[in-house]
Design a protein around this ligand. Structure first.
Ligand code: ZN
Length: 385
């Protein structure tokens, strides 16, 4: 590896969050006895061979350097250790012959020597290994090799910029009323993560802008994957990852329309694949009943955030409820989803249907802004003379 940082960075990139990146490197400079002796012998025969010494070529060759390389790549819980690997050879030829096949830097060096120099190296190596004469097979003088490769492993956290910490993936649920800016926050969340080099997937259902688009009331849009009742989050994510795709997080807008089973799949993705899931949705429908998807999110989310960008009722109090009006009159019965259409035509909400956010008191009294205005304009006896 000529560029170790780039190499380890690539290992980290292709590893799932929570996955382990491990490597071992021969301790060429120290305990890798056979190759250490080989290169010393090679340099004794031909000083130029010192340039090829694997102790110089193969860096890092100690545990501290290897551990630093792992930590610098943002891996957490980095451990370094050494293993002892021994090999015994029947006789010197058993050791020498693989070198003549040209495998590895040592083999390549042997294969590149002329016959005279190869014999000289063979003799020098035998001398240094202390193998005299031609010991019979099984002789106690048969050479052995002992090596201690350094090992390092570390866990990918998914947030390579936070060194040494161990953030766990979470299921976040951001909720609020219709005008609380959830879709804007969804797009902003995606933008923030994408800027940090993370890769996400955006999902929506029954968006006001039509299928497969996430739109905010401020006019921002982003393409999205449409979630219908048959969509399987778990299968989608596992298939994408299996095919080599990268996913660090999911943005799930209009999550109130997802089925409880789809919310369960999102929780499984967080737990088993360690991907962050950011779900955005309205809590209750115009009848002030929890949407099934939102109910399941409240039950399963690691964090439920009620949006701070608060919408206000016409009276100035915090708007906590969604009202639907038909022909200007608030209704509390009817189909929950009016937008969208199975024939995949442009989703059209009937013109006489509108939504408005109200405080609980005015939702209970079905007092919309239009009705409040009409009432206030009506002649009314003053309570005092
Ligand atoms: Zn009110």
């Amino acid at each position: 590896m000529t560029d170790q940082q780039a190499g380890v960075g690539e290992l980290v990139r292709v590893t799932h969050r929570g996955g382990t990146v491990g490597a071992a490197v021969w301790d060429y400079a120290g305990e890798m006895t056979l190759l250490r002796t080989f290169w010393d012998a090679a340099a004794a025969v031909d000083p130029a061979a010192g340039e090829l010494d694997e102790a110089r070529q193969m860096q890092p060759s100690d545990a501290a350097a290897l551990g630093r390389l792992w930590s610098d790549a943002g891996l957490a819980d980095v451990r370094t250790s050494a293993a002892v690997v021994s090999a015994a050879y029947a006789d010197f030829d058993d050791l020498w012959q693989p070198l003549e096949t040209g495998v590895g830097p040592a083999g390549a060096h042997v294969a590149g020597l002329d016959p005279d120099r190869r014999d000289a190296l063979r003799t020098e190596l035998r001398r240094r290994l202390g193998v005299g004469g031609s010991p019979p097979s099984g002789s106690p003088r048969a050479p052995g090799s002992r090596s201690e490769p350094w090992q390092a492993d570390g866990r990918r956290t998914g947030r390579a910029d936070v060194r040494g910490s161990r953030p766990m993936a979470e299921l976040h649920f951001f909720t609020g009323t219709m005008d609380s800016g959830k879709s804007t926050l969804a797009l902003q969340t995606n933008h923030n993560h994408a800027q940090r080099g993370r890769v996400g997937r955006i999902f929506t259902a029954h968006d006001r802008a039509g299928e497969a688009t996430l739109s905010s009331r401020l006019g921002l849009t982003h393409e999205a994957i449409e979630v219908d009742d048959a969509f399987e989050f778990w299968r989608y994510v596992v298939t994408s990852l299996t095919q080599g795709g990268r996913i660090d997080y999911l943005i799930c807008d209009e999550a109130q329309f997802y089925t409880p089973d789809q919310i369960d799949q999102l929780a499984k993705i967080v737990d088993e694949l360690q991907l962050d899931v950011f779900a955005f949705g309205i809590l209750t429908d115009f009848r002030s009943v929890l949407f099934p998807g939102s109910a399941r999110l409240v039950e399963l989310a690691d964090r439920v955030n009620v949006l701070q960008v608060e919408a206000l009722c016409w009276c100035g109090k915090r708007a906590t409820h969604n009202a639907r009006t038909e022909y200007g009159v608030m209704v509390v019965e009817g189909e929950v989803i009016v937008v969208g259409d199975v024939d995949n035509e442009a989703p059209a909400e009937p013109e006489h249907v509108a939504y408005e956010v109200l405080c609980r008191q005015h939702h209970r009294r079905r007092l919309t802004a239009a009705r409040a205005k009409a009432v206030s304009l009506a002649p009314e006896p003053l309570p005092f003379g």
